[in-house]
Design a protein around this ligand. Structure first.
Ligand SMILES: NC(=O)c1ccc[n+]([C@@H]2O[C@H](COP(=O)([O-])OP(=O)(O)OC[C@H]3O[C@@H](n4cnc5c(N)ncnc54)[C@H](OP(=O)(O)O)[C@@H]3O)[C@@H](O)[C@H]2O)c1
Length: 298
């Protein structure tokens, strides 16, 4: 892999995705900043990114990509490969937060959340992997969350979407290692982005109203999350460092957070348990599990 990478990012209109695009491009990486509807709802965001790219001569191009639409994902990946000849890193960043007591979340809301936070990365990975396999290199990056490792009441479905993403990303890491493709999980704690303003609320208020004191969980959790949020550039700097680590030396998980909660301990324990599991199934050597990939920070 060249030291300058070709990176496709989903959900680049705002927040982390936008910061990743700017941070990586300023270091000379070629960035496809993808977003849904760049001529409609995201026209202003797309135009600001293009203006910045022009002013600072940054290698950023905006492409349309809705992670809930197979055809849209396919078109964006094809366009990026046609323009740059390859995709070295796919950052699965698009996602949103759903707040509310589990019983108050409708099945339609739950399906929509999973369609974005979980099936979105499934679509993107399926579209980029044939190209990465041909290159025999590449990084699938998954922006999970601390909430992909711990559970907050009133965030049950969001946690479920990120737990699902973590499981899939870990499976990819074992299955793809032999082909020179790495799967990496980034677990941010709470950071200041438009995520809180874009939060979807559980629709079934009548159910919520039966919960007594627990009714207040969503408000308490949301207030605590936003009042302790860190500077999102920390996450962008972590992503940059991960991308610049030589191929084959990246860890599976990177937890980055203003508060620690012991998530690193879960990750270290999980790594030991997984080693036992892979060993027991006779897969440790095939998955290259025992090589590299120590748990720690970048
Ligand atoms: N901020 C935090 O504290 C935090 C912590 C842990 C993890 N995360 C994760 O970080 C990721 C980015 O969130 P953020 O904090 O940067 O919030 P954000 O500013 O709200 O960004 C979310 C991005 O996802 C995009 N998106 C949503 N649905 C999409 C779809 N169907 N197709 C394409 N893009 C779509 C949004 O695009 P539109 O503009 O079109 O809506 C937006 O660009 C999410 O996966 C989130 O779960 C955030």
């Amino acid at each position: 892999m060249n030291s300058k990478q070709v990176v496709l990012i989903t959900g680049s209109s705002t927040g982390f995705g936008r910061l990743f695009a700017e941070t990586l491009a300023r270091k000379g990486h070629t960035v496809f900043a993808t977003m849904r509807d760049p001529v409609g709802r995201n026209a202003k965001n797309a135009s600001e990114i293009r203006t910045l790219a022009e002013q600072e001569s940054l290698p950023i191009q905006v492409l349309e990509l809705d992670v809930t639409d197979d055809a849209s994902v396919g078109r964006a990946v094809d366009a990026a490969v046609a323009k740059a000849g390859r995709i070295d890193v796919a950052i699965n960043n698009a996602g949103y937060y759903l707040s509310g007591l589990a019983e108050a979340v409708t099945t339609e809301q739950a399906q929509r959340l999973m369609d974005t936070n979980f099936l979105g990365p499934v679509r993107v990975n399926r579209a980029v992997l044939p190209h990465m396999r041909r290159q025999r290199s590449g990084v699938l990056m998954h922006i999970s969350s601390g909430a992909g490792r711990v559970i907050l009441p009133s965030a049950g479905f969001y946690c479920a979407s990120k737990f699902a993403l973590e499981a899939l990303a870990e499976a990819y890491s074992y299955e793809l290692a032999a082909q020179g493709i790495e799967s990496v999980i980034v677990e941010p704690g709470q950071y200041e982005t438009p995520v809180f303003g874009n939060t979807v609320t559980a629709a079934d208020q009548a159910r919520t109203n039966t919960y007594g004191a627990a009714k207040e969980f969503p408000a308490k959790v949301n207030a605590a999350l936003s009042s302790t949020a860190g500077n999102a550039q920390e996450v962008a700097d972590t992503v940059l460092r991960i991308i610049e680590i030589p191929a084959g030396e990246r860890q599976l998980r990177y937890f980055v957070s203003p508060q620690k909660f012991g998530v690193d301990e879960i990750n270290a324990l999980s790594r030991r348990v997984q080693a036992n599991v892979l060993e027991a199934f006779g897969l440790a050597a095939d998955t290259k599990f025992l090589k590299g990939k120590a748990v720690g920070s970048v």
